[in-house]
Design a binder for this molecule. Structure first.
Ligand code: PLP
Length: 412
């Protein structure tokens, strides 16, 4: 068979070959192949590992018989929307899901997207672009200024990438209310949008939402909270961060949610005032010009959200499990970042030590995500653990003892 690839030297100016060679970590460019269902354990290249990396951590697919729901929905609604909602209309499962997300976030309306990343990009686009269809139908929003937490997710930075930094985009120090106030005090525009996250995935911290929203009010800024990591986990009054979530519900103008975390599927949504979300159908671009969530996924997402709302014990048990893991680490003298969310970050520091640890973990049967530069500043590497609802006590104990032994070996 003859190769159909173009000669690689034509790609030389892009330096991909050098990049891959210099990368050193095979895993990054040729990821291992996974077989079977990803859960508390994962089979990669034929080897089973205890999995601390899954963002589908509630394991609801197993617990709520969602696979059956999914196949039933595929029969009822088909595998694909088959076209955009502008040309055909909105599929029933999407409409039901959007109503459910609006209820859960306390907003008037919600609009779904194929992923949370597309929701973020669509939000920024809708808030900052101009469009003129005819004399009556037009918007002019190029004068919008965005102010973001410096540690915002890649999707948010990608969303503002085409806007001029220093004029249309400003950043404030991570979770720093005084710095937000300083930045807002200098911005001169009638249209200012402050974008924050709720739970930040790198350090597991919860934003000081109430104070940040106070600053937005003080300066007349619109607020958008990316709740990818907290949606359906926090909010009820008996759980952590109840006051912050009440503020998000009652005072944030817009909320973005991802369906790939607690809901355990794929998709995203924006929720907010009905007239703005109605306009986003057209103005976000990422609703109209790309694929939507598949109907069975939208259907199961709606069912999952209702199940989580109706049976608080699912999330309560999970959060208690995360607390036990944190307490177990502290009892063994191992520090975690101070945040009280379900995401546990273990500071390692030295990037090389962290990469060594990752290799040792895999050799000993554990998959543990390591965040090194550029995900975090250089030599501030950390292990970012997501406890899984299906982990057994033996798996967790085994992990804790393994981590303790590595720390001793590396003199940490
Ligand atoms: C804070 C934040 N925003 C947005 C996203 C993107 O969401 P999705 O995976 O649904 O595209 C993520 C995913 O990791 C996230 O953590």
């Amino acid at each position: 068979m003859t190769s159909t690839s173009p000669p690689t030297d034509r790609l030389a100016p892009w330096s991909f070959a050098e990049f891959v060679d210099a990368n050193g970590h095979e895993m990054v460019t040729r990821p291992p192949v996974i077989d079977g269902v990803v859960g508390p354990t994962i089979v990669r290249d034929g080897r089973e590992l205890v999995n601390f990396a899954s963002i589908n951590f509630l394991d609801l697919g197993q617990r709520l018989s969602l696979t059956r729901e999914f196949t039933d929905a595929a029969h009822t609604y088909g595998l694909t929307t088959g076209g955009s909602r502008m040309t055909q209309g909105v599929c029933r499962p999407h409409q039901v899901l959007e109503e459910s997300i609006a209820r859960q976030t306390g907003k008037e309306r919600a609009l779904t997207f194929a992923t949370g990343l597309l929701a973020n990009i669509g939000f920024v686009h809708a808030m900052s672009h101009s469009a003129r269809f005819d004399d009556a139908l037009q918007v002019h929003n190029r004068d919008t200024v965005f102010v973001l937490d410096r540690d915002s997710h890649w999707s948010l930075w990608k969303a503002v990438e085409g806007l001029e930094y220093g004029r249309s985009v400003h950043a404030f120090r991570h979770n720093d209310v005084a710095d937000l106030a300083r930045v807002l005090g200098r911005v001169r525009s009638r249209k200012v949008v402050v974008i924050i996250e709720s739970v930040y995935s790198a350090d597991g911290s919860m934003a000081p939402v109430i104070d940040l929203l106070d600053e937005c009010d003080r300066h007349g800024a619109i607020s958008m909270v990316d709740d990818a990591n907290g949606f359906m986990l926090y909010g009820p009054s008996h759980r952590p961060f109840a006051a912050e979530y009440a503020a998000i519900r009652e005072r944030a103008d817009f909320v973005m949610v991802s369906l790939s975390k607690a809901v355990g599927l794929e998709g995203g949504a924006l929720a907010g005032p009905a007239h703005a979300i109605d306009a986003f159908e057209v103005l976000s671009g990422t609703s109209m010009f790309t694929a939507a969530m598949q109907p069975p996924t939208a259907h199961v997402a709606g069912r999952t959200i209702e199940a989580l709302a109706n049976d608080p014990s699912i999330v309560d048990d999970y959060l208690a499990r995360a607390d036990r893991l944190r307490a177990g680490m502290h009892e063994m003298g191992m520090p975690t970042t101070p945040a009280a969310s379900y995401m546990l970050s273990v500071p390692i520091g030295d990037d090389d030590a962290a990469m060594t640890m990752r290799e040792w973990f895999v050799k000993d049967g554990y998959l543990v995500p390591v965040f090194c530069y550029p995900a975090v500043p250089r030599n501030q590497a950390l292990l970012r653990l997501i406890p899984h609802a299906g982990h057994t006590e033996e798996q967790v104990d085994g992990f804790l003892h393994t981590l303790a032994s590595y720390r001793r070996r590396l003199g940490l």
